[in-house]
Write a protein that binds this ligand. Structure first.
Ligand code: COA
Length: 187
């Protein structure tokens, strides 16, 4: 991959959105997102115990960029300071030029095409600037919204892993989606 992308954080613009770096001022909005049961039900992560957990996550996100491990953007509507969600490419496998797409939006912003709009910009960045060859996504099989988004973007369902993820005392299945650079037509 092209590691020069880590020299300066790449803000992205779309028609309606501004994708920026995580800052500690985004903590209250990200807290609101992560304590909403309908948002986190398929993220299969524990809810934050308090704002300090969110601040730690923001610091971790910033370190991941500084350590050239991944890029996660805060999603904002243009002309608003509210952080309405996040999207990123992380778990970068540099040898194979492969990364994983992840995302979440506050519930009041669902089904308005916002994740699709952000994802087109992020995937373009992943293939054209980061020079990735494949982008994958891992979703809970019950997560209809996430699976619809990935299918609409052109991801192919490549695998179903049985009970590969241990969370809250249960082994959960995972659906694995993949997109190859040559297949990407949204440039
Ligand atoms: C997954 C998520 C980001 C989708 O965001 P979104 O902005 O609503 O997605 P879009 O509006 O761009 O929709 C993309 C497509 O998926 C469909 N879709 C979205 N949510 C859906 C749902 N709950 N059920 C059925 N279809 C859905 C849309 O209709 C659209 O298809 P269309 O253009 O053919 O109508 C959002 O539901 C979310 O934040 N969920 C909670 C966090 C999460 O699960 N993250 C993923 C972890 S793997």
């Amino acid at each position: 991959m092209n590691e020069q992308v880590f020299e300066k954080f790449p803000e992205l613009q779309t028609e309606r959105l501004h994708l920026v770096r995580h800052e500690l001022i985004h903590a209250p909005d990200m807290y609101e997102l992560r304590i909403d049961e309908s948002v986190v039900q398929f993220l299969d992560t524990h809810p934050p115990k308090g704002i300090a957990d969110i601040e730690a996550k923001i610091t971790e996100n910033r370190s991941n960029f500084d350590d050239k491990k991944g890029i996660t953007w805060i999603i904002k509507m243009k002309r608003s300071d509210e952080a309405i969600g996040y999207m990123g490419i992380w778990r970068i496998d540099k040898h194979n030029n492969r990364g994983e797409l992840g995302y979440a939006l506050k519930k009041q912003y669902w089904k308005k095409g916002i994740a699709s709009e952000a994802a087109k910009a992020v995937i373009n960045y992943g293939f054209l600037k980061m020079e990735l060859h494949t982008i994958m996504a891992n979703t809970n099989p019950l997560n209809v919204g996430s699976k619809s988004l990935l299918t609409k973007l052109g991801f192919i369902h490549e695998a179903h892993f049985r009970q590969d993820y241990y969370f809250n005392g249960k082994y959960l299945d995972s659906d694995i989606y993949g997109l190859i650079k040559e297949e990407w037509t949204h440039e």
